[in-house]
Design a protein around this ligand. Structure first.
Ligand code: G6P
Length: 367
């Protein structure tokens, strides 16, 4: 097993470091910088549907949540998003102009598979965003967009998550290009930005950044609870950050849309509560910072995720984790990295077995 971990302490750690390669595999063959275009290896007619349903569980659901933002913003298709255990029983309104998308690392999660069967009964076309080759979903669904992240063994998903989000970026760009909701220039610009992802992720994993996340993890490892906040396309980043932390460190963590904090979780804030806020470059950054000020005013301990070079907003934080600067549309992929590392180093500090978290299975094939 030690050999399989290739010198790393845990599969999860190895898989975090495999992300630049995983993202190269997901993206590079499909993004053409010379033509400034996206080409997908699926036979989906981009004009054969007028609404999308995204169905998934766990981390894949949060990838789908980013997908919803990207598909609506870039391709202007209305998207509904459900956890599969709800979707399969809520009698969703499906038509033959619905594209139902399953997101799944394993391609075997029973609720997701049954959700797709429900969509098919309603006449939907189905597409899987899947990692595992030849899995049940790839056999049953009409189309599969493989994420090509390679085998993922750690129970807490890392490289599959960033690859699934990247697959949504590809799909949203491709639909924007094919359906004409994005200009040629805009597609070319985002293709160029997205091709930089493997490099940006390598930078996000530089030794100095790792050291900084480890310090923060050690400083707050005794916290009983954590709060994660984000907005827009990085609202799901907050949810995924909270999920990673609770899965492997067993610290209770909640995530909220930053703007929703005043409607409840603000009551929890005191000097014991670390609050991780995704505050990277965005057209809504100012609004997020005003939420941060509300946390600070109540004694909360703010850990800000900031874009490199943002020295202005440091004043609002007790601790800062910097990430490489990039376009907002690709930032959820880069911003996932400090979330994964924070969870990993917190669990390590607490002496937990990150690859075998209690009560969790890598893939859930029974209801
Ligand atoms: C389990 C795993 C999660 C995963 C979820 C969905 O709960 O512990 O890490 O996100 O299943 O799995 P899937 O294979 O469908 O992505």
């Amino acid at each position: 097993e030690a050999a399989e971990k290739g010198g790393y302490d845990a599969y999860m750690q190895k898989e975090i470091f495999e992300q630049p390669q995983a993202l190269s595999n997901t993206l590079l063959g499909r993004l053409h910088d010379d033509q400034g275009s996206v080409e997908l290896d699926i036979e989906l007619d981009p004009n054969s549907f007028d609404r999308i349903h995204i169905v998934a569980c766990g981390t894949a659901y949060y990838a789908g949540m980013v997908g919803k933002y990207l598909l609506e913003q870039l391709a202007r298709v209305p998207v509904e998003l459900d956890v599969a255990s709800e979707y399969r029983y809520r009698e969703p309104v499906v038509t033959d102009r619905t594209l139902a998308i399953a997101v799944s690392q394993s391609g075997e999660t029973i609720d997701t598979l049954e959700g797709m069967r429900e969509a098919m009964r309603g006449g939907a076309q189905t597409l899987g965003i899947i990692n595992a080759k030849g899995s049940s979903m790839t056999r049953e669904l009409d189309h599969t967009l493989y994420v090509h992240a390679g085998p993922e063994i750690g129970v807490a998903s890392t490289k599959a998550y960033t690859s699934m989000v990247s697959a949504f970026l590809l799909l949203a760009l491709w639909l924007g290009q094919q359906r004409g909701t994005l200009s040629k220039e805009e597609v070319a610009r985002l293709v160029h930005e997205a091709r930089a992802l493997p490099r940006l992720i390598s930078e996000a994993l530089s030794d100095d950044r790792l050291g900084r996340v480890r310090e923060v993890a050690q400083k707050y490892h005794q916290a009983r609870d954590y709060l994660f906040l984000g907005r827009g396309v990085n609202n799901p980043t907050a949810y995924e950050g909270a999920l990673k932390l609770k899965e492997i460190s067993y610290i209770h963590a909640e995530a909220y849309a930053a703007g929703e904090m005043k409607h409840g979780p603000i009551a929890l804030i005191d000097e014991h509560l670390p609050v991780v806020v995704v505050a990277t470059e965005s057209r809504l950054l100012e609004k997020t910072i005003s939420n941060v000020q509300e946390v600070r005013a109540r004694g909360g301990r703010v850990i800000l995720i900031l874009s490199d070079g943002d020295t202005e907003n440091v004043q609002h934080a007790e601790d800062v984790l910097y990430v490489p600067r990039c376009d907002e549309m690709i930032s959820p992929i880069v911003n996932a990295v400090p979330m994964q590392l924070l969870a990993y180093y917190t669990a390590e500090t607490l002496g937990k077995d990150v690859d075998k978290p209690r009560n969790l299975a890598k893939s859930v094939t029974v209801e």
